[in-house]
Ligand binder design. Structure first.
Ligand SMILES: Cc1ncc(COP(=O)(O)O)c(C=O)c1O
Length: 382
């Protein structure tokens, strides 16, 4: 074995010892794992919109950066529609949520700024913070007092022209719980700071009209919202929604935006059609919320554990090998549910991440929790 292979093979071996290797597997069985919350990834009307656009000559590939020849009418139409839909001055389309978060955090906060971030923030937020020149402070999950205290200290000692940023998810991707957005926005206002809200799991599902948990706070001067398009919207990409000034700055200065081929124009068409569906087909959201209520009820009644209240319900097992064992037994019973292990979640909290989507029915949910209960009893895992 070459020294290259040896080095990486031994790392994989170390992961194997800790039950932490990963492998790629196809989605098989009843979907309790995807983020296709509204089942839009297979929507007929989105397919038709894409087919019609292809027939009109909308290209698959952009052919360049947005700043060069890669800027297409489909991008602009989507961004204009999204700005109206999410009630912001302007929106900017990125290829995915990861690059949008990374782009925001590496270009907006400057050297003397402060970024306060929630301990359970998504990897893309953390990577952006690590690559930023700003100072950062991690606060315990959903700890409003810790955020307030950190900002208060910064506010009293801040240097002239420095700004503070607070990065959170509106609905946490592995715990399924909600950020206290109203309190956070009040704090952001009080300390003249900017709240960056990653709406990845809320867009399309939450908010009165499906516009996410920032819906009641749209166009707020202290809020930037990131709406990813690869989850409930069933396509791919992310729409950053904020003021015209900040969007203009990102276009001029954000390296992931500038030095990258623009997202496929045909994908912009798919996202645009998804926004139309979110607007028009409120019954999808209602149906999903009925399933969410049932799944949380099942969790609470069968396990006497509090459900998350959202479409993402963690079933915390603890040890990595136990989480894998439970997931594999569930998979063998026909349910596609995956074990999530550190470092994606904190040590000792390996879990099943149960995701509720319109790809399943009420009876699937009841069977899923009945089976999970039996599996837990049979494996004798506390
Ligand atoms: C909270 C959160 N933010 C951002 C992302 C990244 O979004 P995307 O999958 O579009 O890159 C994800 C997806 O994994 C996520 O869960």
């Amino acid at each position: 074995m070459s020294s290259y292979s040896e080095r990486y093979q031994s790392e994989i071996e170390a992961l194997r010892q800790k039950s932490r290797t990963r492998k790629l597997s196809l989605g098989e069985g009843i979907d309790f794992t995807s983020n296709d919350f509204l089942a839009l990834s297979e929507s007929d009307s989105i397919r038709k919109a894409v087919r019609d656009a292809l027939d009109r000559g909308v290209p698959l590939g952009a052919g360049g950066s947005r700043l060069l020849r890669g800027n297409h009418a489909a991008h602009i139409e989507l961004e204009e529609k999204a700005a109206l839909f999410f009630n912001c001055e302007k929106s900017l389309f990125f290829a995915n949520g990861y690059s949008a978060n990374f782009a925001l955090l590496t270009s907006l906060p400057k050297r003397h700024d402060l970024i306060v971030f929630d301990a359970l923030s998504h990897a893309s937020i953390r990577e952006g913070i690590s690559a930023s020149f700003a100072k950062s402070v991690k606060v315990p999950h959903n700890d409003v007092d810790a955020i307030e205290g950190t900002l208060s200290k910064w506010h009293s000692t801040r240097s002239r022209n420095s700004l503070a940023w607070v990065a959170v998810e509106s609905l946490y991707s592995m715990d399924g719980d909600f950020a206290p957005l109203t309190e956070l926005i009040a704090i952001a206002e009080r300390f003249d700071s900017m709240l960056l809200v990653d709406e990845a799991h809320a867009t399309g599902v939450w908010g009165r009209h499906g516009r996410g948990l920032t819906e009641p706070h749209e166009n707020h001067p202290n809020v930037i919202a990131v709406h990813t398009c690869g989850k409930a919207l069933g396509a791919a990409g992310a729409l950053v929604c904020t003021s015209a000034a900040l969007i203009n700055f990102l276009i001029n200065k954000s390296r992931p935006f500038i030095y990258s081929t623009a997202p496929p124009p045909i994908n912009a068409v798919a996202v645009s059609a998804a926004l139309d569906l979110i607007d028009a087909e409120t019954e999808r959201r209602e149906q999903l919320h009925e399933l969410i209520a049932l799944a949380n009820h099942e969790m609470e009644s069968k396990f006497e554990l509090k459900g998350s209240g959202s479409q993402i319900i963690p079933f915390i097992v603890g040890a990595d090998n136990h989480a894998i064992q439970v997931a594999e037994t569930m998979q063998n019973a026909g349910f596609d549910v995956r074990a999530i292990r550190p470092p994606t979640v904190p040590e000792g909290t390996a879990r099943l991440r149960i995701s509720i989507t319109l790809n399943i029915e009420e009876s699937d949910i009841v069977r899923f929790f009945d089976t999970l209960y039996a599996v837990k009893q049979s494996l004798d895992i506390s």
